[in-house]
Design a protein around this ligand. Structure first.
Ligand code: SF4
Length: 220
């Protein structure tokens, strides 16, 4: 569910879309209405696309807006919205920027090696999802999406081979990091298996076989 400020941004953005019913254009409008491309935005809360990438996707799918944004800068300000990412989130300083950048690059590489094609959309979503993974809350919330289903639909459309690997319905961010841990052969889990782990409901959408369904929060 979009918060009020994001709904205003979304309405302004989608009015510029080449096809307001297109699922990718709607998802990008959600993301752009929640996150911020300006250089002063704290690292974790920023969009994750560089200006050339953002300009390319806007020129293709939001051409009037792209033409009306000749000097770049903060897109939120161009849309008449407050730049609401001025205060770093709690815990922002716990990790060094270089560590976050390395994680983000690893995630981006993971997405793009599973991309459905070499078009602009996988790049846009790989970069924005990788950056949003740096934030602590549910991934779909960090992206400004309406729910987990919208995030899952993006992944199915653009990274189907990655989705196919999540055959136990792990929460998306947990799943991406597990793949990176598997690649590096570095595991931090304390339990010997997920089935007996007390944190199962934090990592998976569904309960392990034989267990009563756990009460879990909306998933990220
Ligand atoms: S359920 Fe437990 S063991 Fe499995 S990935 Fe999560 S924390 Fe690790």
């Amino acid at each position: 569910m979009l918060v009020r400020a994001d709904r205003v941004g979304f309405a302004r953005l989608i009015a510029y879309a080449r096809d307001p019913d297109n699922t990718d254009q709607r998802a990008l409008a959600c993301i752009l209405s929640h996150r911020c491309n300006c250089p002063d935005t704290p690292y974790r809360q920023a969009l994750g696309l560089d200006e050339a990438e953002l300009r390319a996707v806007l020129a293709e799918y939001f051409p009037v807006l792209a033409a009306d944004w000749p000097d770049g800068g903060c897109l939120r300000h161009r849309l008449g919205l407050a730049c609401h990412h001025e205060a770093p989130p709690p815990g922002h300083g716990r990790f060094s920027a270089s560590l976050l950048e390395q994680e983000e690059q690893d995630l981006c590489r993971l997405f793009l090696t599973h991309a459905a094609d070499s078009g602009i959309w996988p790049v846009v979503f790989a970069r924005s999802i990788a950056r949003a993974c740096m934030e602590p809350q549910h991934l779909w919330m960090s992206l400004g999406l309406e729910g987990r289903a919208q995030l899952s639909a993006i992944l199915v459309r653009h990274f189907p081979a990655l989705v196919a690997r999540n055959d136990h319905d792990m929460r998306w961010k947990k799943f991406f990091y597990k793949l990176l841990c598997d690649e590096e052969k570095v595991w931090t889990c304390k339990a010997s298996s997920c089935e007996i782990c007390p944190h199962h409901s934090e990592c998976y959408v569904t309960s392990p076989p034989g267990n009563a369904p756990a009460v879990v929060p909306p998933e990220g």
